[in-house]
Design a protein around this ligand. Structure first.
Ligand SMILES: Cc1cc2nc3c(=O)[nH]c(=O)nc-3n(C[C@H](O)[C@H](O)[C@H](O)COP(=O)(O)OP(=O)(O)OC[C@H]3O[C@@H](n4cnc5c(N)ncnc54)[C@H](O)[C@@H]3O)c2cc1C
Length: 444
């Protein structure tokens, strides 16, 4: 802990964003208290506050690298707990519109586990610090404030108690009430943008035989308009396999035994992987997959003593698997700010920097979803901006090269894993290859 520590930080939510925030706050604050409404299980099992625990939660290579940077030792712990380490381009097969991606290496290395294992591993690491504690089974119902200029001084709990804090971090995820709480404090309602393609995901967990199977995993991309169902079939801990089907509006797979038929029917490789597996759970559907940005960075004023990060600020359609990684990137911004001279209004600066970090993932997720919306409502095409249309066009062209170019596939996989940002995606060597006419590929 540094010499000039501040007093108490309160983090709302012990999800992935809250845990990472706590990890970086512990060096600056004497005490960090995470308030979590769920009673947290000691075993890695799904819990009510995190319904995505029953769905596939892939940790992208970039997210893994940033979490490791913030929480040294995390990668080893997760692997020791059973997570699978995979090379994206060697161990997973990917089906795109133009055909199957080639088997090549090295691709991005990443770790696959269930969401509950990921979370309990991170929680055990973060809460080892003497000044970090989790108060579970407690729900935050509002903010305590000082009047002019407005400063957040703590939180109110459902129990009626109040907790004072020098900093409150809202990491309460998709169900965050922060917008309402700020309105109660007199702030005009903060603007929100929602882009929903009506995507749902339906997931079932399976047990694989202990002897390794030939195929490890499979990814089938959705593509507008003729491939409304995509799939992630991913090996996770304890020889389990998670099968998630992502569906555009009106194309949801059944949540009974018809689910397996739908999965097998996607490609012969899906049927091949599923053949030796035994179902462990019933298929579960999750339908709230909209992209939503709350523009806290544009609020007319921002109270001292408060920041918000993770899904509480921006939720992304989970089909792109970016949420955990963007939470990690925001926690890293927080660490960097805390490491310097805080100065006045640093919490407002944080919201601006976080918004800037979110620009690229937001564009990637919403540009593709806008295609689905346009398909359903052709008139909405006019609302698309040039960056969206360019991004879609460029990525579609790139995808068409993937089946015939191991190089372009590896680069594509780096983009998917958020290892490369916008600047490196327009490198001349890449652009020239992508802009060439893609060869014709026999559709599989
Ligand atoms: C179906 C689905 C699949 C996903 N798949 C992926 C994936 O493959 N890869 C990926 O990177 N991301 C994925 N995501 C997104 C990812 O789960 C989140 O972006 C990530 O977990 C960061 O979330 P968070 O910590 O902000 O919120 P959460 O993980 O949702 O945690 C919020 C926490 O706050 C608690 N809480 C809420 N309100 C209160 C309150 N008032 N008081 C106290 N506690 C409160 C909740 O109980 C919860 O524990 C997926 C999301 C969904 C919905």
């Amino acid at each position: 802990m540094s010499h000039n520590t501040i007093g108490q930080a309160v983090v709302i939510g012990a999800g992935i964003a809250g845990l990472q925030a706590a990890q970086v706050l512990r060096d600056k604050f004497e005490q960090v208290t995470i308030i979590e409404r769920d009673t947290l299980p000691s075993e890695p099992i799904p819990r009510p506050g995190v319904p995505q625990g029953r769905q596939a939660n892939a940790l992208l290579a970039k997210g893994l690298a940033v979490i490791e940077e913030l929480c040294p030792g995390f990668t080893t712990r997760l692997a020791d707990a059973g997570a699978r380490t995979l090379d994206m381009c060697r161990d997973l097969r990917m089906r795109l519109d133009a055909g199957l991606a080639p088997v090549t290496q090295p691709g991005p290395l990443f770790q696959l586990s269930s969401r509950p294992l990921l979370e309990t591993t991170l929680r055990s690491l973060v809460t080892e610090a003497a000044n970090v504690e989790v108060a579970d089974g407690q729900t935050v119902t509002g903010l305590s404030t000082d009047s002019t200029p407005l400063r957040v001084t703590g939180v109110r709990l459902r129990s009626g108690d109040r907790l004072t804090a020098d900093l409150v971090v809202d990491a309460s995820g998709r169900t965050s009430h922060l917008r309402n709480w700020l309105t109660e404090q007199g702030m005009p309602r903060v603007r929100e943008t929602t882009i929903s393609a009506g995507t749902a995901c339906t997931t079932r967990f399976y047990q694989a035989p202990e002897t390794p199977t030939r195929r490890m995993g499979f990814v089938a991309a959705q593509q507008v308009p003729h491939r409304p169902v995509g799939a992630y079939i991913l090996p996770i801990e304890h020889h389990r396999v998670v099968v998630s089907l992502y569906s555009a509006k009106g194309h949801d797979p059944p949540t009974d035994d018809g689910f397996e038929q739908a999965a097998r029917g996607l490609h012969e490789l899906c049927a091949d992987i599923l053949e030796p597996l035994h179902p462990l759970t019933h298929p579960v559907r999750y339908g709230h997959c909209a992209n939503r940005m709350t523009h806290y960075d544009q609020a007319p004023w921002w109270p001292d003593g408060l920041i918000a990060l993770g899904d509480a600020v921006c939720t992304l359609n989970p089909v792109y698997a970016q949420g955990i990684t963007t939470a990690a990137l925001q926690a890293r911004i927080l660490r960097n700010i805390l490491a310097g001279d805080l100065g006045r209004h640093w919490t407002r600066r944080f919201q601006h920097l976080a918004r800037r970090e979110l620009a690229w993932p937001w564009l990637l997720a919403t540009a593709a979803d806008q295609e689905w919306i346009n398909q359903a409502h052709p008139g909405s095409n006019r609302r698309r901006g040039l960056p969206d249309r360019l991004a879609n066009w460029y990525i579609a062209r790139w995808r068409d090269h993937v089946p015939t170019s191991p190089y372009l596939y590896r680069e594509f996989a780096r983009m998917m894993h958020m290892l490369d940002g916008p600047a490196s995606l327009v490198r001349p060597v890449l652009v020239i290859r992508i802009l060439r006419r893609p060869p014709l590929v026999v559709m599989d």
